[in-house]
Ligand binder design. Structure first.
Ligand code: HEC
Ligand code: HEC
Ligand code: HEC
Length: 473
């Protein structure tokens, strides 16, 4: 063996080892990059609350689907989005995954119902979709269980009909930062609109159930609840909230002297917002605080004469103890059902766990849905290790079932004693809120429309129902 060939062999070996080392370094950093991307995807999945619909309540099978979203035409089941190749999305390419999030088109080319909120996720950036994809492919455990198949009656089983709605209302554009706004406000807008989808609840919808952009965050009914105006409108909005109050609300759902979160807002905070980092919460706050006032936009909020949290005062007397000869029915119910926690004075408990009922947006709102819905459904919110709990007094209450008439009476007592005395709740209001809130106009007129049009209308009703019900669990 000559010197030269041994030198060449050594060089070759060195080169080979070098190359090996190089690939080793590469794959270590590629793996670190993958791990980063998967972690980012996990955070995004929480911010977008994918689990809220894709995990059956009470099930330990994360993302295995099977949660039935009720609609008047039957249940629409969320699907298994674990990487199971047989039952989940294990065979999805990035392009197919992107088509689901941006266009509501499934891997096999079929249209999804907008119960899957692609109308919000369409705004996601390519990078974020890639991170979500990495997480769902590599960070989620495959679950080999089939989710129930959605089988709506004809013609709603014709998924292609969603094309018409999409053509009219799917605003198919990824998010574009506004150069006239700060980086923080732009980040907040992205979080609020693409991921946290605040607008899907807080922005009013037109008769076809599409969001009215000029009334962004102007307040809207969502099933039994009302997602209030959160613009900077002086009375109807939240102009008087400090940035710290708003941040605290999004993190915990409890701002003493202003508001507590129940219903769908409590769910969004519990499952999603409480896990956002402080920078992201502050960005959402910066975005919300600069939303232009649009008080006149929402008919229901037109009569708000002071900010919702400015009404009422501690009550000096207990109407029942006062022994007035004509004690009001509402006062009696309040004494029996509410005063043990909120106190006869409405002051709540010293530690604030039982909140005060004056200076409280639920009792100061001109549209007192949230007061009635709270009485019907209660409050049930876990933040970190703290559990905020108020029993509901609805049909399946284990404490006490209050009738529509009783709930109207106690609501009116609470409004008069602690809240907005101009607001009024009728027995019919309670019945309607108990039944899931006012129906969209289109649902009310549908019986009178010719059968040919009825299919289209029914489809719209379906969409409406989905939007109204999608966050109920
Ligand atoms: C408000 C409820 C809801 C949320 C939130 C939601 N989804 Fe969905 N998703 C659904 C429903 C319902 C379907 C099935 C719709 C249908 O059958 O038309 C679906 C379908 C899908 C599909 C199609 C799966 C298949 O079977 O081929 C994918 C992928 C998907 N969702 C991913 C996601 C991801 C990722 C997120 C979070 C970024 C998310 N979803 C958030 C309700 C939701
Ligand atoms: C699933 C529907 C839903 C989503 C998503 C949602 N909200 Fe809400 N929000 C509500 C409802 C309903 C209420 C009323 C809750 C109550 O009074 O108990 C509410 C209350 C609020 C309040 C308190 C207003 C008041 O006067 O009491 C603020 C502030 C708020 N939301 C901000 C946001 C922001 C910011 C986002 C997005 C990051 C968001 N919400 C996402 C439904 C929603
Ligand atoms: C067992 C104790 C308890 C009883 C009884 C009770 N509450 Fe509550 N209430 C709570 C707790 C706890 C909260 C939530 C506090 C939080 O979220 O920080 C709450 C919240 C509220 C809110 C604010 C909800 C919101 O969405 O802003 C209102 C209004 C309210 N209660 C009214 C009533 C009325 C009216 C009754 C009687 C019909 C009643 N409560 C009975 C404990 C109770």
């Amino acid at each position: 063996m000559n010197v030269r060939s041994s030198h060449m062999a050594r060089t070759a070996r060195t080169l080979a080892l070098g190359a090996l080392g190089f690939t080793a370094v590469l794959s270590v950093s590629a793996r670190a990059q993958d791990a980063d991307q998967i972690a980012r995807g996990r955070y995004l999945a929480i911010a977008a609350d994918c689990a809220a619909c894709h995990t059956k309540p009470g099930s330990s099978l994360a993302y295995a689907g099977g949660y039935g979203i009720a609609s008047p035409l039957g249940s629409i089941y969320s699907t298994n989005i674990t990487p199971s190749k047989q039952y989940g999305i294990g065979n999805y390419t990035l392009a197919q995954f992107t088509a689901v999030l941006r266009r509501g088109i499934r891997g096999d080319g079929a249209h999804l119902y907008p119960a899957m909120p692609y109308t919000s996720y369409v705004r996601l950036t390519d990078d974020d979709i890639a991170s979500l994809y990495a997480y769902f492919m590599h960070g989620v455990k495959p679950v080999d269980v089939a989710a129930p198949v959605t089988a709506l009656p004809f013609p709603f089983n014709v998924r292609a009909s969603m094309m018409f709605w999409n053509a009219l209302y799917l605003n198919a554009k990824p998010f574009v930062p506004d150069p006239n706004k700060s980086a923080e406000v732009n980040r907040g807008a992205y979080l609020a609109l693409a991921l946290g989808h605040c607008d899907t609840c807080h922005t009013p919808r037109n008769a076809m159930m599409a969001e009215v952009e000029s009334q962004q965050m102007g307040g809207a009914a969502i099933a039994s609840w009302f997602a209030p105006n959160i613009t900077s409108a002086q009375n109807a909005g939240i102009a008087t909230w400090s940035a710290a109050d708003l941040a605290r609300y999004l993190k915990t759902g409890d701002v003493p002297g202003r508001a507590q979160a129940a219903g769908p807002m409590a769910e969004a905070i519990e499952h999603s917002f409480q896990y956002l980092n402080d920078d992201d919460i502050n960005a959402i706050v910066a975005y919300v605080k600069q939303l232009p006032a649009n008080a006149s936009a929402t008919v229901v909020d037109r009569h708000q004469t002071q900010p919702r949290d400015a009404f009422g005062a501690v009550s000096a007397e207990d109407a029942v103890l006062r022994g007035a000869p004509k004690v009001d029915r509402g006062a009696l119910i309040y004494d029996g059902a509410c005063a043990s926690c909120h106190q006869p004075t409405g002051l709540g408990s010293k530690d604030g766990y039982y909140p005060q009922l004056f200076h409280n947006t639920a009792t100061g709102a001109d549209t007192p849905y949230n007061l009635v819905a709270t009485i019907l459904e209660g409050v049930n919110r876990t933040i970190g290790t703290k559990h905020y709990y108020m029993p509901g007094f609805g049909r399946d209450s284990y404490v006490q079932h209050l009738s529509d008439k009783d709930i109207a009476a106690v609501s009116n007592y609470v409004l008069k004693q602690f809240g907005n005395p101009a607001a009024h709740v009728s027995t019919q209001d309670v019945a309607s809120i108990r039944a899931g809130g006012p129906k969209p106009v289109i649902a009310q007129i549908s019986p009178y429309i010719k059968p040919g049009l009825a299919a289209l209308v029914a489809l719209v009703v379906l969409v409406a129902a989905i939007f109204a019900l999608r966050f109920r669990r």
